[in-house]
Design a protein around this ligand. Structure first.
Ligand code: IMP
Ligand code: MG
Length: 431
């Protein structure tokens, strides 16, 4: 396969960053197509830890082109900070290797202010957003008042539009949300500076990708968040404001469905979620604490402790369907070492009725009781395993059961945080 998408099958934080980093070695171009800096991919390369928010993971390999597609929403100040941080660590040295779509929407400080003020007002009913203004930025995109990077080409016209937006947002912030208004003058000045920094990266990324694909280049599409956070197919309203599934590749990068060869779904060997919302296979108490510690399950974007649960095959089947998965990568198997028995949620029960797929209706998932299957655990340290043969029988059985329950073949397995701590059964670029 020449063009491959990597998507999360759970609530984000499946370890996509590590798999993308691993596959980036075989790719020429790595593309972000949705979301913003609410995403955070943690990567460990040669013992060095990197957290990437907007820049695709290709940036950690020399010579790869990184594309931020039109479907994303980009905080210009966050992006500059991230670029500077990478440059300080001798990455992303060549500016020609980062391409930012003219049509990506700009996340403005008023989006952050609205996001945070709304969440504060909701109190207990809050979504638990990352607070990075992602929802309000996508709202403006849909309501057609959003500002895009292409608008920076004519800065005079941009300023008129920006001031109009600030005036409206400040009214809303003050009168409705009882929050502090934005300093419009300072924002115009800040945008002028950001423009000078970011103009060099602007590109018609759809045309660029089309050319790369026509030349037979290998392109990797890097999904952010996860299927259960998808605006349509996730646990609405406890979702993010973008489409996170494989079909978002097309609208979000400007190529057509015929140009994508396959989709690799990433799933943790267990489940986590940050923020509020239903979580049928959730574990509470000391076992959850132990997994959180062992798996370092704290949000890379916000530092919040992640909620922990057993592997949920209902979610995985849902993800397999909506993403049309070619294969699965199961990450963080090493974290389950020492837990015996293990449980897999195979279906849900609501009022005596069994559901093998998502139960319909608001609140249904919150009422769903997990139906578990038990599997024997393992005690072994898995971190040195590099092939299926290196894995204890019970690990292989666990993986085979997941593959059977989801009807998706196993392509990779993760056994540790570092770049090489993985088992590659079938590399999609070599398939
Ligand atoms: P927002 O994307 O900041 O609007 O947050 C909406 C929901 O998505 C919240 O529950 C967040 O915790 C969750 N979320 C957004 N991005 C990520 C991610 O990259 N990993 C995990 N959860 C995320
Ligand atoms: Mg993350």
């Amino acid at each position: 396969m020449k063009t491959v998408a990597v998507v999360g099958t759970q609530w984000g934080d499946e370890g996509k960053g590590k798999i993308v980093d691993l596959l980036a070695e075989h790719a020429d171009v790595v593309v972000r197509f949705q979301g913003g800096n609410n995403a955070a991919h943690t990567l460990v390369v040669d013992g060095e830890k990197f957290v990437l928010r907007l820049v695709p993971a290709g940036a950690l390999h020399p010579g790869k082109t990184c594309v931020i597609g039109n479907g994303t929403v980009v905080n210009p100040f966050g992006l500059i900070e991230e670029i500077d941080g990478l440059k300080r660590r001798s990455r992303l040295r060549d500016d020609a290797l980062l391409k930012l779509s003219y049509d990506a929407h700009i996340v403005m400080p008023y989006h952050l202010a609205i996001d945070r003020a709304r969440e504060a007002r909701l109190g207990k009913a809050a979504i638990g957003t990352t607070g990075f203004g992602i929802g309000p930025a996508y709202e403006d995109k849909m309501s057609r008042m959003g500002l895009r990077f292409a608008d920076l080409l004519d800065f005079k016209d941009f300023t008129v539009r920006l001031k109009r937006n600030i005036a409206e947002k400040n009214l809303y912030l003050k009168a409705v949300l009882k929050a502090k208004p934005i300093d419009g003058k300072a924002l115009v000045e800040a945008m002028k500076k950001a423009r000078t920094r970011l103009m060099r990266y602007l590109c018609d990324t759809g045309v660029f990708l089309d050319g790369a694909i026509a030349q037979g280049k290998r392109v990797l599409f890097e999904g952010a968040h996860g299927t259960m956070l998808d605006i349509d197919h996730g646990t609405y309203p406890y979702v993010t404001s973008s489409s996170c599934i494989a079909s978002a590749v097309f609208a979000g990068s400007g190529i057509g469905p015929g140009s994508l060869d396959g989709v690799l779904g990433i799933s943790k060997a267990y489940t986590t979620r940050v923020g509020a919302g239903p979580f049928p296979s959730e574990i509470v108490g000391s076992l959850a604490d132990a997994v959180r510690e062992e798996g370092v399950e704290f949000g890379s974007a916000t530092g919040r402790p992640r909620r922990i649960g057993w592997f949920d095959a209902v979610l995985a089947r849902h993800a397999a369907r909506v993403n049309g998965l070619w294969g699965l990568a199961i990450t963080k198997l090493d974290v389950l070492s020492g837990i015996d028995p293990l449980k897999i949620c195979v279906a849900y029960e609501i009022k005596g009725r069994r559901y093998d797929s998502m139960p319909p209706g608001r609140g249904a998932l919150a009422r769903a009781k997990p139906i578990f299957e038990e599997m024997p655990g393992w005690m072994d340290d898995l971190s040195a395993a590099r092939s299926m043969d290196d894995l204890p029988t019970n690990v292989r059985r666990y993986l085979e059961r997941i593959s059977a329950l989801t009807r998706v073949k196993l392509a990779m397995a993760g056994v540790g945080a570092s770049r090489d701590a993985a088992i590659v059964i079938e590399n999609p670029f070599l398939a």
